[in-house]
Design a protein around this ligand. Sequence first.
Ligand code: NAD
Length: 364
Amino acid sequence: MILVTGGAGFIGSNFVLQWHASTTEPVLNLDALTYAGNMENLRSLADSSRHVFVHGDITDATLLERLFAEHRPRAVVHFAAESHVDRSIHGPEAFVHTNVNGTFRLLEAARAYWNDLAAEEQQAFRFLHVSTDEVYGTLGPADPAFTETTPYAPNSPYSASKAASDHLVRAYHHTYGLPTLTTNCSNNYGPYHFPEKLIPLMIVNALAGKPLPVYGDGQQIRDWLYVKDHCSAIRRVLEAGRTGETYNVGGWNEKANIDIVHTVCALLDELAPAPARHVQHSVTGKPLQRYAELITHVADRPGHDRRYAIDARKIERELGWKPAETFETGIRKTVRWYLANQDWVANVQNGSYRDWIQRQYEEP
Ligand code: NAD
């Protein structure tokens, strides 16, 4: 069995679904079900004996101790986090609580459990910490992409809290010998992405005729990776990564935010044309011809990093991992998924998936 934290969130649920479909090994999924955790993502696993869900918090030391003792996982894949930069600007405390204290608690529980394992089991054990490229700070237009040796320079409370957690993970390897692995990945996109993030927000707002808010000039560059490729990279690192190492994960897809928004609009023009759906601009009331008419520049986010870019050569060279999707194929799949799953979006927006949780799962 493996213990996954945050497996009801965007990347975690994609990971759990992929794992369930391609292995027979059970998953113990620990998630606090914050606003970002959505059991509806895991609806297809509701009757599976290979998915054990626990509604709980990674800062709960007693719960963690019990879960390790009862389920004896051979590995931990740690996704649980507060993950939205904008929220970290308005309320940093939750980020320190979960990302720093929570990771610390999880490391402590894993260490205590690992210490008592037989030598062979100790060797086989893995603690994989899922992190972000945002810990490296921002790049100028001509700077080389982030490598695993780029110094940390986090700029937002989110990235600072993730940086702190990365350092704790590193220290637990060096100090106690815990077999840890860290992945630092670029921006993900794909199915089950909460509609506060750029790509799903643009799709959902466009279909509703609402303005498409673009921060500042929209020239902030991010490196994009289809979520299922991130999940396959995590599996590869779990399987073959060298403990104590960090691996950058990216898709070699640097794009300016404004170009992403135009790409999404063009795909929607093709797949769900506004005139055919009688979409009106929610502010002017005018019928829309093209979704790009909704683009609205808004004041930039404070401390907004200008550019992120990931050099993913180490994971490719050492572990033979490469993304399966290009940006063009991944974004098309994503837009199609949101068009086909508008109920999922509606349920996230009206919170009705929370009722479903109550019906499906007992509190521990
Ligand atoms: P998400 O916000 O969609 O999901 C986070 C999950 O963690 C949710 O299910 C939430 O309920 C759970 N959670 C939050 N606090 C918890 C707590 N105290 N105890 C237990 N569970 C808790 O996030 P995501 O986008 O899926 O990101 C997952 C991980 O990947 C995070 O660690 C994030 O830093 C990292 N990451 C994300 C991206 C990205 O583009 N989304 C890129 C690189 C790395």
